[in-house]
Design a protein around this ligand. Structure first.
Ligand code: MG
Length: 367
């Protein structure tokens, strides 16, 4: 019986470029992990953004880290259980994206070996998940409004637009004028500083559900000062790296909502722990995305079924961003809801034909 870990660095064309305050991508790169052990095959996905503008990690650095450090550590440990990944991330300087990919494959092995599902292991009930539309930064208001109109037909439960200095109040007012009182939020991806606080006084009057990560990742104090100044809840994303960061954020009042991302925190188990920490503090959460291809997206959907995930997820229909997805069937949104197809209820059903079609490079580790 062959025991092995295969890594597939895939690049899937996107249906439109995704632009945020710090950069733009037009293809989706991921590292698909295929872990085969004693006849059972598990899949995971490491999904850093190309260009490294969301975080320091890129597909190339994550792949290199997996080859050099993470896979040798998994093989040396030899338990093939998810808690090993969580411990590794907690105890060392680690690439969380790489570990999210490997840990996802470890979960997939474990659910099959134990005859359970991801939802069983998380203690979550299968239910429809509300999906929110995320729209990037456009060159002009007409382009933004046209994109919003095009995708809102799927009935997404809220609209999130990306903002940056100079592209904030005007697009929000244009959306309010066109679409009225819809649930609306913004994500600044850390593009602002204290000198911009007056902008948020104006944004505060627009009735947003939340403002996501207005300030720098390390600037929890600034977030606390801004939250004291405005009524709109602040949601942390880039800053919400681990339990220490969240505890400090809660202590000083730096946010009222947390966006949980499996990739950013280093896996499903750590995401669940942070979700539990937020619940204990009375802080609602929701599941964000990079966005990932289907494996990572399904993992986020499983977590989105936890009770403390109280806002629509960023997981959208597969075809919203990708010309093709690596899971079968792809994710669909109907009237703003994602109903988990039976094929994905135990675990993601991966289509290796699609993975092969978009693979740039592959690496194999036999053990
Ligand atoms: Mg964000």
């Amino acid at each position: 019986m062959s025991n092995r870990i295969d890594l597939f660095h895939v690049e899937v064309p996107m249906t439109e470029p995704f632009r945020i305050s710090s950069g733009e991508v037009s293809t989706k790169e991921s590292i698909v992990v295929r872990l085969e052990r004693e006849g059972v095959v598990g899949y995971g996905e490491a999904s850093p953004m190309a260009g490294g503008f969301y975080s320091a990690e890129t597909p190339a650095t994550t792949l290199d880290y997996m080859v050099r450090e993470a896979i040798p550590a998994v093989l040396e440990d030899g338990t093939f259980h998810p808690p090993f990944a969580a411990r590794y991330v907690n105890e060392r300087e680690a690439d969380p994206f790489a570990w999210a990919g490997l840990e996802g494959a470890l979960w997939d092995l474990e659910v099959q070996e134990r005859g359970l599902s991801f939802l069983d292991m998380l203690g979550a009930e299968c239910k429809p998940v509300e999906s929110g539309l995320a729209v990037g930064i456009y060159p002009d208001l007409d382009g933004l409004l046209e994109a919003c109109s095009r995708y809102m037909t799927a009935g997404y439960k809220r609209l999130k637009i990306k903002i940056e200095p100079g592209w904030d109040v005007a697009p929000l007012r244009a959306i309010r004028d066109r679409f009225g009182d819809i649930p609306l939020m913004v994500d600044a991806n850390a593009a602002y500083a204290e000198e911009h606080f007056p902008v948020f006084d104006e944004v505060d009057d627009l009735g947003l559900v939340m403002i996501e990560q207005p300030l720098a990742k390390s600037d929890l104090g600034g977030h606390a000062r801004l939250q004291e100044r405005i009524d709109t809840p602040i949601c942390l994303d880039e800053s919400a790296t681990d339990a220490d960061a969240l505890t400090r954020a809660f202590d000083i009042g730096a946010c009222r909502i947390v966006n949980l991302k499996i990739q950013r925190v280093g896996g499903i188990l750590l995401s669940k722990k942070l979700c539990d920490l937020c619940a204990a503090e009375g802080i609602p959460t929701w599941m964000g995305t990079m966005p990932e291809l289907g494996i990572g997206a399904l993992h986020a959907l499983y977590l989105a079924m936890l009770p403390n995930c109280a806002f629509p997820t960023d997981v959208e229909a597969s075809r919203r961003w990708f010309v093709e997805d690596i899971i079968d069937p792809p994710i669909e949104v109907f009237e703003g809801l994602i109903d988990l197809p039976p094929a994905h209820r135990q675990r993601p059903n991966v289509d290796m034909n699609v993975v092969d079609r978009y693979t740039k490079t592959a690496k194999r580790f036999a053990f």
